[in-house]
Unconditional design. Sequence first.
Length: 157
Amino acid sequence: MWLLISKDVQRGFTLIELIIVVALMGIVMSVSISSFLSFNKSQALQTAQLGVVNMLQQAKSEAESQVNPCSTTLQKYEVKITPPRAYELDVACSPATVSQVSGKNLPGTLSFGGSNTIIFPIMHGLVTTGGTITIQDQSSHTQTIDVDSLGNIKYSH
């Protein structure tokens, strides 16, 4: 005679297995979110740096091409940095008239390390006042832009 032995075979996961999987998913997500936020901050800093570099290149280009938006004699183009976040492209005409061509602000979490004015006189594009422009975030990460006396604009990527 055959005895029937029934075995209850249960399928599924135990509570311990589910807790371990959820804990591992939480660890992976926290690491990925942290990496994403760090990447996002560095991209914002680099984008701001490129915005300032573009304005410097525009000032240099217009000084070299002698584009004159003035009704009087054109003297120079200049990029003025005003902490904490403002920067602008100005054109100077004689007699002592300065007009803003364009102005921008860094995003709220970024700021300039100090004030500076980079001057590009007309005709040659050389710089009479060069220097270093520093952009920093709240975590003290910085990007710098150097403008030498020949008007070369150098920055880190």
